[in-house]
Ligand binder design. Structure first.
Ligand code: ZN
Length: 407
């Protein structure tokens, strides 16, 4: 079964039955896979969000079977490491003096984070990674890793074989988890009062304020705020002891969590049950604005291409239908050249095409970090020198769309 209809009856966070529709983006292709040929079949589903009217938790209505999305992830952490991760690890390393402390990374990808710990002398590390391609890279990097999904069942096996972790890291995983209850049960089972759990996920508050539709695609089944995540933690007697906000992905939250019912919760976090509607209003405005922006450029006789065919870009291009104004897409990964974008069927080329063709505008599709954007612009300064213009978009920009040119 490719699509599961999430339980419409109860909120996965607070268990309320007060659930309502938030927004529908209509029939959208699975943005996780590029097409090998223009005629290749692609899977499409209704991309809709719902929300809990009691706690404000937002979630995807129909989610795609995880095996279809994560067997081969093709997104390797160490290729575009988030700039804050190194600082985060240095801070965590300071908390642990015993190099024998067991450190577990759930969704460990190619072992990038655990490698940072190994380099500092921590050898009792373990990664959990379901994607076979990332798992193989982790093994090649000599990072002990289990090729599986984290679950309550797996937590039982881990506890018997490896004991209780002193540190559990879980970065950008929770937004992907459809079986949230089972996942939290597993975390709870693995922790004792000495365990520090560090999680990071996209901040739906930031997504709402920007109306960032590039954050919505089938892999993200949960859209947490600090408040909604604290609601589910409370049910497992887990408490937030520290919070950090980072700009990664347009705005992410890092939470330090411990198992201790004596910890006083931060009373400054407030329930914003109607807050999700801000996302609806802002995203509808953005879709109109972006579509009109590209339409006007095209009507003025400009040729426009896009840079980057990641899931964020693929989804945004389809939702806004700006593929009508784009000639093709270029991407740094040579393995993607020759393929086609799902839905829009735009062809993908290597960056050399930019200079052979010299279009008027190159739209950099939304990326997780400003650093990556700046690297792209810097490496193609020749395009700007020759009269080309880049268009940059949120979530990294303060404005929706910015033109970058020599003039
Ligand atoms: Zn709820």
């Amino acid at each position: 079964m490719l699509v599961n209809n999430c339980s419409d009856k109860f909120c996965r966070v607070c268990l309320s039955s007060n659930i309502s529709e938030l927004i529908s983006f209509g029939e959208q292709p699975d943005s996780s896979h590029l097409l090998v040929a223009k005629s290749s079949k692609f899977y499409a589903h209704d991309l809709s969000l719902k929300y809990c009217k009691d706690c404000g938790f937002v979630f995807i209505r129909d989610y795609v079977c995880p095996d279809m999305l994560y067997n081969e992830y093709k997104w390797v952490t160490s290729v575009y490491p988030a700039s804050h991760v190194s600082d985060l690890c240095q801070e965590l390393i300071k908390e642990f003096s015993d190099s024998e402390d067991f450190i577990l990374d759930i969704g460990s990808n190619d072992g990038y984070i655990l490698k940072l710990f190994q380099d500092k002398g921590f050898n009792n590390v373990l990664g959990i990674e379901p994607a076979v391609d990332c798992y193989n890279k982790a093994l090649a990097n000599k990072v002990p890793t289990i090729n599986n999904y984290f679950s309550f069942g797996l937590s039982n096996e881990l506890k018997i074989k490896y004991g209780i972790p002193k540190l559990i890291i879980c970065r950008h995983v929770l937004e992907h988890i459809s079986e949230l209850e089972d996942f939290l049960r597993g975390l709870d089972y693995l922790m004792d009062s000495s365990t520090l759990l560090v999680v990071e996920f996209p901040d739906f508050e930031a997504i709402s304020e920007k109306g960032d539709i590039s954050s919505i695609w089938e892999q993200h089944v949960n859209y947490f705020t600090e408040y909604t995540f604290s609601c589910i933690l409370k049910r497992f007697n887990l408490s937030i002891i520290k919070k950090q906000s980072v700009p990664y992905g347009g705005g992410s939250i890092i939470l330090y969590i411990r198992k201790n019912n004596n910890i006083k919760q931060n009373n400054n976090i407030i329930a914003l049950a109607d807050r999700p509607k801000i996302f609806t209003d802002n995203s509808i405005k953005n879709i109109e604005y972006i579509s009109r922006f590209f339409e006007n450029l095209k009507l003025s006789g400009n040729r426009i291409v896009a840079y980057g065919c990641g899931a964020r870009g693929r989804c945004l291009i389809n939702i806004t239908e700006i593929f009508k104004y784009l000639d093709y897409v270029i991407d740094d990964d040579p393995l993607k050249a020759g393929s086609y974008m799902p839905g829009s069927l735009l062809p993908v080329f290597t960056p050399e095409k930019l200079y052979e063709d010299m279009p008027d505008y190159c739209f950099i599709t939304p990326l997780n970090s400003k650093d990556t954007e700046m690297k792209i612009i810097k490496s193609h300064s020749k395009f700007i020198e020759c009269g080309g213009k880049f268009i940059e978009m949120y979530p990294n920009s303060s404005k929706k769309l910015i033109e970058i040119s020599n003039t």
